[in-house]
Design a protein around this ligand. Structure first.
Ligand SMILES: [Zn+2]
Ligand SMILES: [Zn+2]
Length: 341
């Protein structure tokens, strides 16, 4: 094992993502050391850099989605072997609080997260608790596997568990970025009809390739599109990957009575709801955060079965982090950015 490794860190909020050399970690009790082959770059990484969520002591190695191979097995780990291909659930949860006991580990009150409160995967090596590991079958590439924990599993969690998407439902997906394009596939796979919006025609076109009806939010009326999509009834579910006052207002305005607005994005600090219509039609707004390890296991299987295709917009090397971050901020990509090694 090398003594030093490359890692992308946040050294101070409001700075830039820095590629640095750091001591390579070693696996502690109950942990394994993973040599990272690929990690997914998420807009949350840029939010973290801006200081929108606190990471504890800086510098912190970020990167909450990763895939790689086990190169060291810590004491107390029995199930895993050197060379195993793995990805990892993001939340390190207590297993004892009422939420963990109910299987709702995404609500664990004392969780730590890989790439947030503890060092993450935008590095050559990362330590991961064995309890978080999920096996990656040989027919799924490391690059594809690296975007499953968040870009795919979060959409799966939102639609399947929070939204209870089902056959014949009509789903509106607001925003078809790194997450939304997988939301299209998951909703279609569950038997729902999907309307998907973006202000970029490339994203609209890709959503259509995956079976959605595309709406270019720049020059098409959402109201008209939803009215003809649902014969005037309104959609059953809105997946809001944007999270602004406008997106919430838009979503609620086209939701059927009793419909659910799934809040996945969180751009604006506060949101507004039109109280009378919300009250009269018994709509719901449901927060959606992250995913459970079981969600990740389900998603790996769905990819293996060919029901979901992980969509990668661009590959960059770890040392091209500046370029990759710029590209992400520009927002012109279709699909997720993957940092390879
Ligand atoms: Zn993320
Ligand atoms: Zn817990």
């Amino acid at each position: 094992m090398p003594d030093m490794m490359r890692a992308v860190v946040i050294a101070r909020y409001g700075g830039t993502l820095e590629l640095t050399r750091r001591p390579a970690p070693r696996s502690g009790f109950g942990e394994v050391l993973v040599q990272v082959h690929a990690s997914g770059l998420c807009s949350t990484d840029l939010h973290l850099l801006a200081g929108r969520q606190k990471l504890g002591d800086l510098p912190r190695i970020i990167g909450h989605e990763l895939a790689g191979e086990i190169v060291e097995v810590g004491d107390g780990v029995t199930r895993w072997r050197l060379g195993d291909r793995v990805t990892a659930a993001i939340d390190i949860t207590c297993g004892r609080c009422r939420h963990c006991l109910a299987g709702e580990t995404q609500r664990c009150v004392t969780m730590r997260r890989i790439g947030f409160e503890q060092d993450g995967g935008h590095a050559d090596f990362v330590t991961v608790p064995a309890a978080n590991l999920v096996e990656v079958p040989p027919d799924i590439s490391y690059a594809a596997a690296s975007i499953l924990p968040d870009a795919v599993a979060c959409m799966y969690h939102s639609l399947v568990h929070q939204g209870r998407v089902g056959v014949g439902q009509r789903v509106l997906i607001l925003g078809v970025g790194g997450l939304g394009i997988h939301g299209v596939q998951i909703a279609r796979s569950a038997g729902a009809e999907v309307l998907a919006t973006s202000r970029r025609w490339e994203r609209v076109a890709l959503a259509e390739e995956y079976g959605a009806i595309g709406v270019n939010a720049k020059d098409q009326s959402l109201d008209h599109a939803v009215a003809s999509f649902t014969q005037g009834e309104g959609v059953d579910l809105v997946v809001d990957n944007i999270g602004t006052r406008d997106s919430v207002r838009e979503g609620l305005s086209v939701l059927r009575p009793g419909g659910k607005h799934l809040l996945v994005g969180y751009l604006d600090e506060t949101l507004e709801i039109p109280s009378m219509r919300f009250f009269k039609t018994e709509q719901e707004i449901i927060g959606c955060r992250g995913s459970t390890k079981q969600d990740l296991i389900d998603v790996v299987l769905l990819v293996q079965l060919g029901r979901i295709t992980p969509v990668i917009g661009a590959h960059y090397k770890l040392e091209q982090i500046d370029e990759a971050a710029e590209r992400l901020a520009a927002g012109d990509l279709v699909g997720r950015i993957v940092l390879t090694r």
